[in-house]
Design a protein around this ligand. Structure first.
Ligand SMILES: Nc1ncnc2c1ncn2[C@@H]1O[C@H](COP(=O)(O)OP(=O)(O)OP(=O)(O)O)[C@@H](O)[C@H]1O
Ligand SMILES: [Mg+2]
Length: 248
């Protein structure tokens, strides 16, 4: 008998619509974007959605001290400290080296935390840091596969953040192998349009499900990320230089 895997809400209603109902429970999603596009905010919003329903969450960060993480989240109204005090949040601030040991099958530390806290959602901020551990692309893919498989084994719905170096202009695809390993791939982009920098979100792939192919605008507000209208009649968004499509 085949069982239908349920979908979980992302915490952003319009993104759930783009994903035809949300992310598959227990799946791994890559969220890629340039610095400041809102990757961490979107990730925290996704965890808050679960924690508000009583589902525990895990943050693994290699770059920001917990206090800094908490204060950025509080800017958008998310009290992570309170969630931690309620026992709903586990934040691990570590090095990529240590983390790789934690996901090793012989090391049960992380599995035990996951079991004790009954963790359902995780945020890895960011997988870009694994590049330091890998001498070449083959090695990097091996590391990323280990991480993705660890969370899939644990049946945790996971968001893996990845930095993209291109702020505007052509998308940097040189080291994008992790997109093949994950189930879902979402991109955040800056877009220069009519002398303004806009933000664009798109779902590039979703295994086992249809999804909207449109590119939508989004904004970061003091209540979090809000996804808005489809960019209509604009082409070149992927190149970072949107311009009205030529009428035929
Ligand atoms: N209260 C706020 N209201 C509106 N926008 C905000 C607010 N707080 C932060 N932002 C926006 O959020 C952006 C940072 O978002 P976030 O930290 O999620 O980005 P990121 O993609 O994780 O960046 P990095 O690659 O540096 O980690 C800021 O550049 C700013 O534009
Ligand atoms: Mg960030």
């Amino acid at each position: 008998m085949t069982t239908i895997i349920p979908k979980v809400n992302t915490g952003i209603q319009q993104l759930d619509e783009m994903l035809f109902g949300g992310l598959y429970q227990g799946s791994a999603t890559l969220l890629e974007g340039a610095a400041g596009t809102g990757k961490t905010n979107l990730g925290v919003q996704f965890l808050m959605e679960g924690m508000q329903k009583g589902e525990s969450a895990l943050i693994v960060t290699f770059e920001e001290y917990p206090e800094q993480y908490y204060s950025c989240a509080l800017e958008l109204g998310w009290d992570l400290k309170a969630m931690e005090e309620k026992g709903l949040l586990e934040l691990i601030f570590t090095t990529p080296e240590n983390f790789m040991q934690m996901v090793d099958e012989d090391d049960q530390t992380l599995s035990q935390i996951i079991e004790e806290k009954d963790i359902k959602r995780a945020l890895i901020d960011s997988v870009t840091h694994f590049e330091k551990l890998a001498p070449d692309q083959g090695n990097l893919r091996h590391i990323e596969t280990n991480v993705v498989n660890f969370f899939k084994r644990e049946e945790i719905t996971t968001l893996l953040l990845k930095e993209n170096k291109s702020i505007l202009g052509g998308w940097n695809v040189s080291n994008n192998k992790v997109s093949f390993i994950v189930d879902c791939y979402i991109i955040l982009r800056y877009l220069e349009l009519e002398s303004e920098i806009k933000r664009a979100i798109m779902v590039l792939k979703m295994r086992g499900s249809n999804h909207q192919k449109e590119i939508r605008q989004y904004e970061i507000t003091d209540k979090g990320i809000v996804v808005g209208e489809i960019f209509k009649g604009i082409s070149g968004i992927f190149l970072g230089t949107g311009r009205p499509s030529e009428k035929k």
